[in-house]
Design a protein around this ligand. Structure first.
Ligand code: PLP
Length: 364
């Protein structure tokens, strides 16, 4: 890193560790099985792909700046108030709007020990102080979060289910967290994996019932549109008004808006993906445990496999790579002995299980 003697970014920026995404290539393998970024093994809905292609005829047009059609579709499908939905360039952008608007120098942003990297990155980018709170047995610890809050707390981020642990806390616990926050703090519930929990609304009801809770959602996971970058937030009116001021007018592209609208309306596709993920996740969980690898029950589309040692995690990662399979090392998330494995289709899960089983057998 070369630092300029006089031209310097604002405080906090140089404390940001560059985000390392899931890898997608392996030397010596023309085709890899990529299970490192929690992408949908079924891809995107054919209707979303069709809408994306059709939008190609209008690339010279600026997109809608109020996202009215997409917000109406989201509101219809999820039973929400369209006026309190905001769309972003991925939910990453919603997280960034929140930190820009509410955090800043002298203010704190609370997140959990194994929370999503963007909370810390966005807090630092806004000049705020990230505050990391310990989890209890890889689960969000509401009492520890409440204990870490002060008159400086601006935002509290939790993902439910969480990445990379895959665990979830109950609606009662989340409500207790919202109840216990200091009066100036906003609770942000990241629902990136909410669709993988049957019947779960991502705590939208809590957003409706309170004035200090925001929910973020994404089209990158179950809807399979990670490459297009579309996410959204659902918030009280006072928060929507604030975020609307920091949002750029054309922050979501036309093809992305069109594809996302078609994706969220394709309820059959979403239901099929949920069913597939639930079945494949159960079989991969059972296979990992049978092979002697520990893992919590996951509520998301990935499993955090926990090995007995760093050497074992590295060894199994190497064995998977030799077999053309990329999973995610999660050292940066505080799990040097873990591998986060995206739940692929049935064949992908079987391939992973075979490699892990063989690795554990030879090692024993
Ligand atoms: C994948 C993920 C997101 C989604 O980010 P996008 O910017 O919408 O692609 C958000 N939060 C968590 C915890 C995630 O794992």
């Amino acid at each position: 890193m070369s630092e300029h003697p006089t031209i310097r970014p604002q405080p906090g920026i140089l404390d940001i560790a560059l985000y390392v995404g899931g890898e997608s290539k392996l030397a010596g393998h023309a085709e890899v099985l990529k299970l490192s970024s929690n992408e949908n093994p079924a891809g995107a809905s054919p209707r979303a792909i069709g809408a994306y292609r059709a939008a190609g005829d209008s690339l010279h047009r600026y997109p809608s700046s109020d996202h009215a059609a997409l917000r109406a579709a989201i509101a219809e499908v999820h039973g929400l108030d369209a006026g309190r939905i905001i769309c972003g360039n991925g939910s990453d952008e919603i997280i960034s709007f929140l930190t820009q608007a509410y955090a800043g120098p002298g203010r704190e942003v609370v997140h959990t020990e194994h929370g999503f990297a963007m909370y810390r990155i966005s807090a630092l980018a806004a000049g705020a102080v990230p505050v990391e709170v310990a989890e209890r047995a890889r689960r969000t610890d509401v009492d520890a979060i409440l204990g870490a809050c002060s008159e400086r707390t601006a935002l509290v981020f939790i993902a439910n289910p969480n990445n990379p642990t895959g665990t979830m806390i109950s609606a009662g616990e989340v409500a207790r967290l919202a109840d216990g926050l200091p009066p100036q703090a906003l609770l942000v519930l990241d629902g990136a994996y909410a669709e993988f929990v049957a019947g779960f609304d991502g705590h939208a009801d809590l957003v409706d019932a309170r004035d200090n809770v925001v929910m973020t959602r994404t089209f990158s996971k179950i809807h399979g549109l990670g490459g297009l970058r579309v996410g959204w937030g659902y918030a009280p009116a006072h928060v929507i008004e604030v975020l609307g001021r920091v949002r750029g007018p054309f922050n979501v592209s036309g093809p992305a808006l069109a594809a996302a609208e078609a994706a969220i309306r394709d309820a059959d596709f979403t239901a099929r993906c949920l069913a597939e993920n639930t079945a494949n996740r159960a079989s991969l969980t059972a296979d990992l445990r049978a092979a002697g690898v520990a893992c919590d029950d996951s509520e998301a589309n990935f499993i955090l496999a926990r090995f007995a040692s760093l050497a074992d995690a590295e060894g199994c990662d190497r064995a998977l790579r030799d077999a053309g399979i990329i999973v995610r090392r999660v050292t940066g998330y505080g799990f040097p002995e873990g591998l986060r494995i995206t739940v692929g289709d049935a064949a992908a899960c079987a391939r992973v299980a075979t490699v892990v089983r063989e690795f554990m057998r030879v090692k024993a």
